[in-house]
Design a protein around this ligand. Structure first.
Ligand SMILES: Cc1cc2nc3c(=O)[nH]c(=O)nc-3n(C[C@H](O)[C@H](O)[C@H](O)COP(=O)(O)OP(=O)(O)OC[C@H]3O[C@@H](n4cnc5c(N)ncnc54)[C@H](O)[C@@H]3O)c2cc1C
Length: 287
């Protein structure tokens, strides 16, 4: 339960942080809220020689509207998502998701950037960001680049980030007014990671689904974009036969591990159940 020794660095700017990470090399890791990294260090599953704490970089904080996007600084806490009036008005899915991440103690410290950069398939925000078609703004020694959430996750703890890069912000296109959304998460108890979870964002034309996007949490090595399932839903009035087809398409792309949350087959089925519930609730919340 005691981490290995490490040197602690507290840069005041993104450029200073990136320069430190580049100079210190693969021995260095960014530290955000510490609620995934510190437990890993205590278990000796991670032993970085240097921690580059991002907490003093004020540019990494805040939630703002930028044209038709909402931009969330990487060091914004999960708790701050819950209290944001801007998000409540424009992207209520984020508030809803933040409320089912862990517990208040974790959310006060845990950050948006840490949650999306961590690469743990159990994290809730990545599938939601995939569903919302978010873009991650990333800065490294080579400058800034933008990576779509849908192309960021390559495997468990394996992302598109280079070792010297940090996520500085998450940029999310604001879904159209009147859109519906829902995040359904099955967990064994309050504060647990998902056995399976599904995020849905949709729009309606009359009583038919005009657009639909679906993300799935913790039912593969990476969060999943259920593109085919979403396509099946478009044009439907959410009738039972179409939902069944979409659920089957979503289940078909899952590959969960059998673990303490249940056997693989059960977790796949629960992904389908979560999706059917999320579709119905997103439809009910759409105007
Ligand atoms: C008891 C418990 C229950 C939890 N339950 C859930 C849950 O239900 N759902 C859920 O989603 N999460 C859960 N978590 C994890 C929590 O949300 C973490 O806060 C989150 O995974 C990581 O965010 P952090 O800010 O704490 O990052 P840290 O722990 O500081 O960092 C995590 C990783 O990301 C890297 N990193 C951090 N910030 C950046 C950045 N800006 N750019 C590049 N790399 C970066 C770090 O180097 C590290 O590898 C739980 C944690 C605990 C302790």
């Amino acid at each position: 339960m005691i981490p290995g020794s490490f040197a602690y660095h507290r840069p005041k700017s993104v450029s200073e942080a990136v320069a430190l990470l580049a100079d210190l090399g693969e021995e260095a890791r960014p530290l955000a809220g510490g609620h995934s990294l510190i437990p890993m260090m205590k278990l000796r599953l991670a032993s970085p020689g240097h921690l580059v704490d991002l907490a003093a970089i004020s540019d990494l904080k805040g939630i703002r509207l930028d044209g038709s996007d909402i931009v969330i600084g990487a060091m914004t806490t999960q708790h701050e998502l819950i209290g944001s009036d801007l998000l409540a008005a424009k992207i209520p899915l984020l508030r809803e998701t933040a409320l089912v991440i862990a517990d208040p103690q974790v959310r006060y410290m845990g950050t948006v950037g840490g949650n999306v950069a961590n690469g743990d398939p159990g994290n809730d925000l990545p599938a939601v960001m995939i569903c919302l078609n978010a873009i991650y703004q990333v800065t490294g020694k080579g400058g800034e680049r933008r990576i779509p959430a849908r192309r960021f996750y390559h495997g468990a703890y394996f992302t598109a980030l280079e070792p010297n890069e940090i996520v500085t912000a998450v940029r999310i296109p604001v879904p159209p007014a009147g859109h519906g959304s829902a995040y359904e998460k099955l967990k064994r108890k309050v504060g647990d990671y998902a056995t399976a979870a599904a995020a849905v964002v949709l729009t309606l034309t009359g009583d038919r689904i005009a657009t639909c996007s679906i993300g799935l949490t913790n039912v593969a090595e990476s969060p999943l974009w259920a593109e085919e399932a979403a396509k099946i839903m478009v044009g439907s009035a959410l009738d039972a036969a179409t939902v069944k087809k979409a659920v089957a398409a979503a289940e078909a792309i899952t590959a969960p591990a059998s673990d303490q949350r249940g056997p693989a087959q059960y977790r796949t089925k629960m992904a389908g159940v979560m999706l059917a519930r999320a579709l119905a609730r997103a439809r009910a919340s759409a105007r």
